[in-house]
Write a protein that binds this ligand. Structure first.
Ligand code: PEP
Ligand code: MG
Length: 327
């Protein structure tokens, strides 16, 4: 099977019934960008910019960030790279910026931290925009958004950074400003989707944190690992709510939580209607193979049954049986 999976690497992710799925990768945590290009990714759905920050003993300068971002955009020329603004705090600590808190996952994380330190946010945004002006293929994503004020404040800072960069480069005809979007990973945003659709260009579902916060289960605590159930009916209904609202408001939505890189998880997300999946590059070939061997129309017919199921294990079994039948 492995060699069959490898053979499918460069083929497009088109299902038996002819539906295309956009296949993106999550990058940043390792030097996986080159592997992914070979693996036939359509682009980068999530570039975790924390990594260059974690590898230093101080905040990287604007020029250092610019060089790095430009190299990444260059290595994906012609394909979109969605870079996420700094998402530290929680379990990701910068050695030179220690945060001591009783509940780090409920504390000073992601956008909360960078909005309290706009100088950090602005330097990063300027570095990103400078690299975009050279290379073109960038979009920007905001992590841990929990209210509209955060989106408005971040959007204002992004606009400021763009104006500064365009002004300094003295461009006669500045290119269009790169698109920006938000991660949907804090449950409060489930009730703010129409307003978010008005404010940003795209959404990306972070099922790792969304599951953690919906179910009040630490994503890294092995003692409660069994309760971290991404097939939990509440999680599944939340995912359905998001795709429905995305379609209603014509907001492009991708799915970048780890769930999309698991065979049965990918089937769930596809059954709900997601067609832009982002995953760790080592899962790409496997999920592509699955997509090329399923009928997405048949799979979608399971949606009602999935949504009526009353436990994660029931939903998992339903999809697992479907997968088994394909062979
Ligand atoms: C997520 O929360 O699902 C996500 C993709 O982001 P991270 O794993 O970096 O928190
Ligand atoms: Mg997250």
């Amino acid at each position: 099977l492995n060699s069959l999976v490898q053979q499918d690497l460069d083929k497009p992710a088109v299902s038996i019934d002819g539906e295309s799925v956009e296949m993106l990768i999550n990058a940043g945590l390792s030097a996986d960008s080159d592997i992914a290009i070979n693996a036939g990714a359509d682009g980068v759905g999530l570039y975790r910019t924390e990594v260059p920050f974690l590898m230093q003993d101080r905040f990287p300068s604007e020029d250092e960030q610019f060089t790095r971002y430009r190299d990444i955009l260059n290595s994906y020329r012609g394909k979109e790279v969605c870079m996420r603004t700094l998402d530290v705090g929680g379990d990701k600590q910068l050695p030179y910026f220690p945060i001591v808190e009783e509940n780090p996952f409920l504390g000073w994380r992601g956008i909360r931290l960078t909005l309290d330190h706009p100088e950090i946010f602005l330097v990063q945004a300027r570095a990103m925009y400078r690299s975009a002006i050279e290379c073109g293929n960038l979009s920007i994503m905001l992590p841990m958004i929990s209210c509209l004020n955060e989106v408005d404040e971040a959007s204002r800072l992004l606009e400021q950074a763009w104006a500064e960069v365009v002004d300094e480069l003295d461009l006669r005809e500045p290119p269009e400003r790169p698109k920006h979007g938000v991660m949907l990973e804090v449950p409060s945003v489930l009730f703010l989707l129409p307003e978010l659709a008005q404010r940003v260009d795209f959404w990306s579902v972070g099922s790792n944190d969304l599951t953690q916060y919906l179910l009040a289960v630490d994503r890294n605590n092995t003692r409660v690992a069994e309760l971290f159930d991404t097939f939990h009916p509440a999680v599944v209904r939340a995912l359905k709510q998001i795709i429905e609202q995305a379609n209603l408001h014509n907001t492009p939505v991708s799915f970048c939580g780890e769930l999309a890189g698991e065979p049965v998880g990918a089937l769930l997300v596809l059954a709900l209607g997601y067609r832009r999946l982002s995953m760790s590059s080592f899962n790409l070939a496997k999920i592509k193979y699955i997509i090329r061997h399923v009928n997405l129309n048949d799979l979608s017919a399971l949606r009602e049954q999935i949504l009526q199921s009353q436990s994660g294990s029931a939903i998992y079994s339903l999809l697992y049986e479907y997968l088994e039948k394909q062979n």
